[in-house]
Design a protein around this ligand. Structure first.
Ligand code: NAD
Length: 261
């Protein structure tokens, strides 16, 4: 069995969402002690409803864009668990699906605030603790959108590009404190709500970038993937686990792409 995470204290943001919820179970089953953060109390409750009572875990309702709230939640996590070994900095917001010609600047700012400033606020608060403790590991969730752009999602793509640079910058500054910082960039992940929602919204945006039905959009996307399939949430977690574990002990500042080629 996988012993890499036994007894490790892992903070997961966006723990009420698709990846975060699956991660609570994945790392919990491997013996991690989990502090699960999300702004959405209902989402968090749903996560805990699926978790076995045997896992040493606790939920914290927390808005990552609120620095004083994050600081106080980090204090409460350290009181409850004693330390923070690992952070999956994963909360995010997709924003609207609109042409850049129409994109709402207020939503643009909101996407940047959650995905970039919010991620930075959590990274900073947790890294301060890790420095005091003598080390730690951080993984930020970016996206291939940040490397290649995604029509209709200029705010999201810009925010994810910022995360790639934030990761490299923090990795360089924090290496001397034995803190590693890497990012993960999933591409098409499914099946499920996110895959369906995005295809439906892309179909609404339609030509020239997308076909006019969600089904055709999905088909076209899969046809462009060398492996000819979407990735699973489990595959995202496996790559995240590699970066969070000591198997990647000499790797910092990289972006691990999970995109089927
Ligand atoms: P999701 O929408 O299911 O989960 C995101 C979670 O973040 C939600 O529970 C939401 O409440 C939380 N959140 C949003 N704003 C917050 C805030 N201000 N404070 C605290 N929590 C907040 O999405 P997901 O599919 O689980 O995605 C997780 C991460 O992976 C995101 O960063 C997303 O951009 C990225 N990603 C997802 C995919 C995909 O196909 N699902 C692909 C590439 C990247």
């Amino acid at each position: 069995t996988d012993q890499r995470f036994v007894g490790k204290v892992l903070v997961i943001t966006g723990a009420g969402g698709q990846f975060g919820r699956a991660a609570c179970r994945y790392f919990g089953e491997r013996g991690a002690r989990i502090a699960a953060l999300d702004q959405n109390a209902e989402g968090l409750e749903g996560t805990f409803a699926e978790l076995s009572d045997e896992f040493d875990s606790k939920g914290f309702v927390c808005d990552v864009t609120n620095a004083s709230q994050v600081a106080s939640v980090v204090e409460r996590i350290v009181e409850r668990f004693g330390r923070i070994d690992l952070l999956w900095n994963n909360a995010g917001y997709q924003g609207k699906i609109q042409s850049c010609l129409d994109y709402d600047p207020i939503d643009f700012a909101n996407v940047m605030n959650i995905n970039v400033t919010g991620m930075f606020i959590v990274l900073q608060a947790v890294a301060r603790k890790m420095k005091q403790q003598g080390g730690g590991v951080i993984v930020n969730t970016a996206s291939v959108a940040g490397m290649r752009g995604t029509p209709g999602m200029i705010a999201y793509a810009s925010s994810k590009a910022a995360i790639l640079t934030m990761t490299v910058n923090a990795a360089k500054e924090l290496a001397r404190f034995h803190i590693r910082v890497n990012s993960i960039s999933p591409a098409l992940i499914g099946p499920g709500y996110m895959w369906d929602r995005q295809n439906a919204l892309h179909a609404e945006l339609g030509p020239p970038y997308y076909a006019d039905t969600a089904e055709k959009v999905g088909e076209a996307k899969i046809n462009a993937v060398p492996m000819q399939r979407v990735g699973s949430v489990e595959e995202v977690l496996q790559s995240t686990a590699f970066l969070l574990s000591s198997e990647s002990s000499y790797t910092t500042g990289i972006n691990l792409v999970v995109d089927g080629g």
